[in-house]
Design a binder for this molecule. Structure first.
Ligand code: AMP
Length: 394
């Protein structure tokens, strides 16, 4: 069975994984950082072997070449005999990309056109596509969009109450992000519980964080909107705020668009509240008596409780609440703090199950029936790999 090469290109990074789409096993994976600046760095892992060194990566083309060299050094030649497809993670699909799409010139141009909706993310994804298509012209390349799972969000959930002539002209609606993860995790939960009619709330809590409400496999609400800034409190992003705040700050503090962008995307969230962007550091500081860290933790938890309650209302009840991604999978104290306030929905938490560490999907509540509380390790690379082979085949 051929592998799929999954590429996630950021503005100054390139993350990659060579994944078996059947099993999800990664034959090789790596991260190239500081692309386009001085002091580039590669960390490549293949089995137990780690190759880590400083490299010169002036652009994404150089990063793709470095990735290829690192993988081929490990004995896997990348070509049609070994790679079934290249899957590219693209953040914003806009209105038109509602499913994984085989990439050609026209698709590249359309992704470029959509960049206006995701100026921080899509240009990097496109640079990754262009470099990889140049390096591997004989392989099918597939774009997998973070927004796609939410393309059919019901209109009342997707619509902002703003003058309709403006929203129509500028394609302003709630798109949702982390869709690949919400789709994968909610499907895992359905399989785990053996039911496909569930009312699910999924919390993807990583550096970026989002919630979704999923009814019988289809999303009916999600916390991110036009951009990945709306919703939950995140590592450095504010999530929901009064839309009047940027207006007020531009009037009283003279902040321009870039200043507001920087404030809300990079100097807010738990970092803005406490100085800690890593959730482990936040919990340690809180436990050490730091008041700012305690407040940041409480604001983070409060927002989660509010969303779960709201989504239970949207779904008409809740059968499963699931924690995923870096914070969700690993922070037992966070799960405990959230569940402490959700007993009214019938949700419970078993303190021992909550503390157990495992790389597997598992229940952490104290019951056997529904509603259930779960921890499910997300695996966006595997989900992208599966979408890529399916799309390449058709
Ligand atoms: P992700 O974006 O899914 O890779 O998640 C990254 C975030 O997960 C980091 O910023 C950490 O704050 C958080 N994280 C990772 N490991 C742990 C842990 N053991 N406890 C709490 N948070 C963690």
């Amino acid at each position: 069975m051929s592998n799929v090469l999954v590429i996630n290109a950021g503005s100054s990074s390139l993350k990659y994984q060579l994944v078996d789409p059947e099993s999800g096993d990664a034959a090789a994976k790596g991260l190239i950082e500081r692309v386009g600046t001085s002091g580039g760095h590669l960390k490549h892992e293949s089995g137990k072997q780690v190759d880590e060194r400083d490299i010169d990566v002036p652009d994404h083309t150089a990063a793709v070449a470095a990735m290829r060299e690192a993988i081929e050094r490990g004995g896997i030649t990348l070509g049609p005999d070994t790679v079934a497809a290249v899957g590219h993670r693209i953040v914003h699909g806009g209105r038109n990309f509602t499913e994984p799409t085989l990439i050609d010139e026209r698709v590249e141009s359309e992704i470029e056109r959509v960049s206006v909706l995701a100026p921080l993310h899509n240009p990097a994804g496109l640079a990754g596509i262009r470099s990889a298509r140049e390096a591997f012209p004989d392989l099918p390349h597939v774009a997998v969009f973070d927004t796609a799972f939410f393309a059919d969000l019901p209109a009342p959930a997707a619509t902002y109450a703003i003058d309709r002539t403006v929203t129509r002209e500028h394609a302003i609606r709630r798109y949702g992000f982390h869709g690949t993860s919400h789709e994968y995790v909610s499907a895992q939960v359905a399989r785990f519980l053996g039911r496909d009619d569930l009312r699910q709330v999924v919390l993807h809590l990583g550096n970026g964080a989002s919630a979704s409400a999923v009814l019988a496999g289809r999303p009916v609400e999600t916390s991110m909107g036009l951009t990945p800034l709306e919703g939950l409190v995140m590592g450095t992003r504010s999530g929901d705020i009064d839309p009047g705040i940027p207006l007020h700050l531009s009037r009283v503090a003279g902040l321009d668009v870039d200043g507001i962008d920087d404030l809300l995307n990079r100097r807010s969230g738990i970092y803005g509240l406490s100085g800690h962007r890593d959730f482990r550091d936040l919990v340690s500081a809180k436990d050490g008596g730091d008041d700012d860290a305690r407040l940041a933790f409480e604001v983070y938890v409060h927002r989660l409780v509010k969303y779960v309650g709201a989504y239970a209302a949207v779904l008409g009840g809740i059968d499963a609440l699931t924690f995923a991604a870096g914070v969700g999978e690993n922070s037992a104290p966070l799960r405990a703090a959230v569940l402490e306030r959700l007993g009214f929905l019938g949700l419970t938490l078993d303190p021992h199950r909550n503390e157990e560490r495992s790389g597997q999907a598992r229940r952490v509540d104290s019951g056997e029936g529904l509603p259930a509380v779960l921890v499910v390790p997300t695996n966006e690379e595997w989900a992208i790999a599966r979408h890529a082979v399916e799309t390449a085949r058709t």
